[in-house]
Structure formats: C-alpha cells, structure tokens
Design a protein around this ligand. Structure first.
Ligand code: UDP
Length: 239
C-alpha cells in the first residue's frame, strides 16, 4: 500500500550484538550482509541514511570496569570496538554498491574521517550512507546517546532503534506471557516505568528535542523498509 518513504533522513541505531547473528561474540559475515542489504533497500527508496553501531559484541566498558579496569579506559576500548563494527559494515555495504563513509568521534585518519557535522550532512545529501563510529567520543556515554546526539545534529526526522524484539513490552515477553506490547509510548512513560528502550540520557535528549524514536525488530529482513514506508510494526516513542 505504501511506496513513498515517510522520512527524508533517518538515523538507524544498531547494537553491536545485532552483528553477531547466532554467534556469541564478534561479527557474523552472513548477518552483516543481510543488514547491509536492508540498508541498501532504504537507500534505494531515496532515504538519506545515517548509522550508529554499538560495540557490545566485542567490548563493553561496564564489563571491563567490573573486572577492575578504570571505567574511562574500558569505555575507550568500547568506543574502539564500535569503530571495528563500523568498518565491517562499511565494507559490507560497499560490496553491494552503497557508497559509505565512516566518521569517527575519535580521530583515526587511516581508517575513518573525523566527525565533521557539516561534512556528514553533505555526504547524506549526496546519497552516501554515513556511519558514526566511536560513539560520542566520551567515556560514561553509550552509543544510544551518541545516536540521539547525532540524529539531532544532522536533523534526522526519526531515530530508528533496531532490536531483537518487535517493540517495547510491559515486561520481558520471553519470561512473562502476560506482557503486552505498546504501540505508542511517551518519553516520560519510558523514563518513569524504566522501560528498556534506550538509556535515560539518550531518552532525555530525544525528549528535550522532540525527536521521535521507533523501536523495531531488525532480525526480520525487510522490516527497516516497512518502518521507513510508514508501516506501524514496532513501538513509537514520542510526546
Ligand atoms: N562508549 C562510550 N562512549 C560513547 C559510546 C560508547 O564510552 O559515547 C563505550 C561504552 O563502554 C560502551 C561501549 O562503548 O559500553 C560499546 O557501546 P554500547 O554498549 O553502547 O554498544 P551496544 O550495546 O549498542 O552494542
């Protein structure tokens, strides 16, 4: 029924774990290829696409810190992990003909451009996918917060938060059969009920700047396209 995209410019947030596929660690080439194809599908619709990827499939700052590492050092390691994921996704996308630029919040000239907001927007206008790597470049933050921040900076119409479930539930649907799925939620409800959408810093940032968030299941091929075309398959968080 829908064929015209609802959004002009989107920011898609993937967790590092989204790249693992069935594995317990690292990157699955098969999953990577499938995500790249999903992204290509929406680029082909004429949508401008920016991506932010987590690093949880390789390293998470908090787990390093619980094992005695300085939290900031551990977080920098986590940010470097997101650069690895970003490069992997860039490679997968360019293989199928999608021009892609990685911009890193931590300078790394040999492998990525530095993050330059205006340049990122220029890439998007030219139809290139821009991957924002290294989170915000600051410890004590998450890639969800980085995704919200970058979405604001580039004036994205929406933040698409990819997960493994088809939306936000009142409880863990795998453990509690009475858990219900929300179609629509307010930022305040997410914060008050402590629902697992994104961390509170990320949610607050979206709330203060009225950026809508759509939580959806990325493990189903074609779902990103559906969301972009306006099908209501996940949970929308807004005012
Ligand atoms: N990180 C950080 N600052 C940022 C973004 C990320 O310090 O702005 C670190 C943090 O240690 C985090 C890790 O990078 O645990 C990986 O990112 P995240 O946990 O958000 O990845 P995801 O859960 O989405 O895979």
């Amino acid at each position: 029924p829908h064929s015209k995209p609802r959004y002009e410019r989107i920011l898609l947030k993937l967790s590092g774990e989204a790249l693992m596929g069935d594995g317990k660690y690292g990157i699955s080439p098969k999953t990577l290829a499938s995500i790249a194809q999903d992204v290509k599908d929406i680029v082909d619709l004429g949508v401008q696409v920016a991506l932010t990827i987590g690093g949880g499939n390789i390293f998470r700052g908090v787990s390093g810190a619980t094992e005695g590492m300085d939290r900031s050092s551990a977080d920098y390691m986590g940010m470097l992990a997101t650069v690895i994921n970003s490069m992997a996704l860039q490679d997968a996308m360019e293989k199928i003909g999608v021009p892609t630029r990685v911009q890193s919040a931590i300078e790394m000239h040999q492998v990525a451009e530095p993050y330059i907001r205006r340049r990122a927007i220029r890439h998007l206008e030219k139809g290139r996918v821009v991957i924002f790597a290294a989170g915000t470049g600051n410890p004590y933050f998450t890639t969800d917060t980085a995704a919200s921040l970058r979405a604001m900076e580039i004036h994205a119409d929406v933040l698409l938060k990819a997960t493994k479930v088809d939306g936000v539930y009142s409880d863990d649907p795998k453990k509690n059969p009475t858990a219900v799925k929300f179609k629509q939620l307010s930022y305040i409800d997410v914060l008050k009920k402590n629902l697992k959408v994104m961390d509170s810093t990320a949610i607050s940032l979206c709330m203060d700047n009225d950026l809508p968030i759509i939580v959806f299941d990325l493990t189903q091929r074609g779902n990103v396209r559906k969301v972009v075309l306006g099908e209501e398959i996940g949970t929308t968080v807004g005012r």
